[in-house]
Design a protein around this ligand. Structure first.
Ligand SMILES: Cc1ncc(COP(=O)(O)O)c(C=O)c1O
Length: 385
């Protein structure tokens, strides 16, 4: 990767997403799982790579109107959409129904009533997955799950096709996954035996982990065990909602050194981007070291530096006591594994700094600017004179 050329062309801070790495990653995940399992990309992880992965995934989990607008703008096939999310508002559900989007999750009785009303009004047929709660604000209780089945008994427009179950991200414990799968299997048996409903599909949010801080993790074994656990669900169509594990490795966040000084805290580097764009799950106050590279490399004596972003908060520390060879203003640092959530979860509006540009490095090695640097002053400025 010719970072120097890219920086010269587009400037930092920059998110760079590598299409080849993304494709390899999805193919690896698929190679580890039963080929009948469908991969549903949770688009919240990164919406900029949607076109790059469109051929490789079976569906998209969409959780807000904004996410829907993005998919619509990109003309993605709406047969691949699963409209999810804890807050479903009438105006946009109506628009989606009119656009002939047919698959939705139900996270409350009110969601069901909304779909009952709108499908009748618009004469639309839909399929629903009922999201079973795992003990938080998401999904319905077992009791409400059964109420939805009963409410839907004679409904010709809504077909309950299955269960959605997502319990959280960064789930590395195979024991926990097995426990969840056993719970789903028991629940399916209970429903099928008592409520005259055939569960056709299980959409399971694996919450597969990404290790950002060079921890030991046998990923091959993890996927083998995940695959084995899922095989306990017999005779159902299985879809796996995945975000982080798909998107992380393809992303690099590139930021330049804007200033260097020594003060009471030691050798201090100020970068042109920081925690407003860079989120590593499990990181606080630079306690851990993510994978990164600094360019250009030099051979002189190393000294320890603290690296900060450009925000007005002491929290904006990125790397602590890192040994560097005489860094200089204009040098740049490439933070790895930033393809998932960094671009969306950072406190991007704080201090009205510009958002990074976004560059896709496509399959043929061509760089494509898919978002210019964006002024957040436009968002933070009141509309008065
Ligand atoms: C319902 C649902 N499915 C899937 C995901 C994706 O999770 P991950 O990025 O850990 O794969 C999330 C993340 O919040 C979610 O809420």
């Amino acid at each position: 990767m010719d970072y120097k050329k890219l920086i010269g062309k587009y400037k930092t801070p920059m998110f760079l997403y590598d299409s080849n790495v993304l494709c390899k990653r999805i193919n690896y995940i698929k190679s580890k799982l039963n080929k009948d399992y469908k991969i549903i990309y949770a688009i919240k992880a990164n919406t900029f790579i949607l076109k790059e992965l469109d051929d490789l995934v079976d569906g998209y989990e969409i959780c807000s109107y904004g996410e829907y607008e993005i998919c619509k703008h990109l003309s993605l096939n709406n047969e691949k959409f699963v409209i999810s999310g804890v807050n479903k508002e009438e105006y946009y559900i109506e628009e989606m129904l009119n656009d002939n989007v047919t698959k939705y999750t139900i996270e409350s009785l009110n969601h069901y009533l909304l779909f009952e009303k709108l499908t009748k009004k618009l004469h639309k047929k839909i399929k629903i997955l009922i999201r079973l709660t795992s003990g938080n604000q998401f999904g319905v209780s077992k009791e409400d799950f059964i109420k939805v089945i009963e409410l839907n008994k004679d409904n010709e427009l809504i077909k309950i096709v299955g269960i959605e179950y997502f319990t959280g991200t960064q789930k590395s414990s195979i024991k926990k996954i097995n426990h969840e799968i056993d719970y789903i299997v028991d629940f399916i048996n209970e429903i099928e035996n008592n409520y005259n409903l055939k569960i056709e599909e299980v959409e399971y949010g694996t919450g597969s982990p990404v290790f950002y801080f060079q921890e030991e993790f046998d990923e091959n074994n993890y996927f083998d065990e995940l695959n084995k656990a899922l095989s306990k669900i017999k005779g159902k169509k299985i879809s796996l909602e995945m975000g982080r594990t798909i998107a992380s490795s393809c992303g690099q966040y590139i930021t330049s050194i804007a200033d260097i000084k020594s003060n009471k805290v030691g050798n201090t580097i100020i970068l042109d981007g920081g925690i407003n764009h860079l989120v590593y799950y499990g990181q606080t106050m630079a306690m851990r070291i993510p994978e990164f590279e600094i360019f250009p490399t030099r051979e002189d004596e190393k000294k320890p530096y603290n690296l900060y972003g450009s925000l007005c908060t002491i929290n904006d520390i990125i790397l602590k006591k890192i040994e560097l060879n005489s860094p200089q203003i204009g040098d740049y640092i490439v933070f790895k594994n930033t393809g998932a959530y960094s671009i969306t979860e950072g406190i991007a509006l704080f201090l009205s700094r510009e958002l990074p540009c976004v560059v896709i490095y496509d399959k043929n090695g061509k760089d494509i600017l898919v978002r210019e640097h964006l002024r957040t002053s436009l968002i933070n400025c009141p509309n008065i004179k």
